[in-house]
Design a protein around this ligand. Structure first.
Ligand SMILES: NC(=O)c1ccc[n+]([C@@H]2O[C@H](COP(=O)([O-])OP(=O)(O)OC[C@H]3O[C@@H](n4cnc5c(N)ncnc54)[C@H](O)[C@@H]3O)[C@@H](O)[C@H]2O)c1
Length: 261
């Protein structure tokens, strides 16, 4: 029997790579993305065409759903879609995230702050709220899994990105807290914290620092290179598996040594 997962932010980048890696492990996946830009986020979100590409390369194993992680209704629909279409739900992966505007904190508008917090923190909460009751109802032997993508910014400070830094610290805290709530039910909740990974968000970071391209970020990582989305996805998929049953409330750095202190 195939396990079933929901992945948010699935139309490109780390989310799309996670869909690919889960399908490789015989999962069925509901791939959710907003597929529309967000005011006060100064770079483009994925499109419906991006999501369709991800869905098409997996045939019947992946169902695409346009939805916003900030909406409780949309996240409930994702859970209902997983159970109706694929018959069950085993894992929920909160990958959708935005970087937001850059600059010193005192120059960031409330609207820009709210955009970053609502997608990264409220969005993660909305997915967990929708998925947790279903994962609990499967019973302890079902290895229910929640994974949230935080960031190296969840444990360090990033220049001119205070809202993102604060929001990713909050994602780690949210995971630590809900992991305690879920522990009695055999459902684990963990965070994965990527370093600089070759996606649209990294290009947006390069713009914040006035860099011509993303390659300069490689020097911040002791392994001396940027990460590929598939390398983050590999850790996420492992945390979704029964092999990770002793790990909950953890924040797993997948950052080429960037945050080793
Ligand atoms: N790339 C990096 O260097 C890096 C480093 C650390 C953490 N991260 C985190 O990894 C996650 C994935 O980002 P990525 O690097 O793949 O960037 P990305 O911009 O390519 O992907 C983010 C996806 O989320 C979607 N999305 C945005 N807001 C949404 C919403 N409200 N509802 C549903 N979908 C929404 C976007 O359309 C996009 O497809 C994010 O949480 C990000 O903060 C990335």
């Amino acid at each position: 029997m195939s396990r079933v997962a929901i992945v948010t932010g699935a139309a490109r980048g780390i989310g799309a790579a996670t869909v690919d890696a889960l399908v490789n492990e015989n999962y069925r996946v509901v791939a959710v993305d907003r597929c529309r830009d967000i005011s006060d986020v100064p770079y483009a979100m994925a499109t419906r065409a991006d999501l369709d590409v991800v869905v098409r390369r997996h045939g019947d194993a992946v169902l695409g759903l346009v939805g916003d992680v900030r909406s409780a209704t949309d996240m409930q629909l994702a859970v209902e879609t997983a159970t109706r279409h694929f018959g069950r739900l085993d894992a929920a992966v909160a990958c959708a995230g935005v970087l937001g505007a850059g600059g010193p904190l005192w120059e960031i508008s409330d609207a820009a702050w709210d955009a970053v917090w609502s997608v990264n923190v409220l969005g993660t909460r909305r997915l967990i709220e929708a998925a947790a009751p279903k994962l609990i109802s499967n019973g302890k032997e079902a290895h229910g899994r929640i994974v949230a993508v935080a960031s190296a910014a969840g444990s360090t400070g990033l220049l001119h990105l205070a809202p993102y830094t604060a929001a990713k610290h909050a994602v780690v805290g949210l995971i630590r807290g809900v992991a305690m709530d879920l522990a009695p039910y055999g459902v684990t909740a963990n965070a994965v914290s990527p370093g600089s990974t070759r996606t649209a968000i990294l290009e947006a970071s390069a713009k914040v620092y006035g860099l011509e391209n993303v390659e300069a970020f490689a020097a911040q990582q002791p392994i001396g290179r940027l990460l590929e989305p598939s390398e983050i996805a590999a850790a996420i998929v492992w945390l979704c598996s029964s092999a990770s049953s002793a790990i909950t409330g953890a924040d797993i750095a997948v950052d080429g040594g960037m945050t080793v202190s």
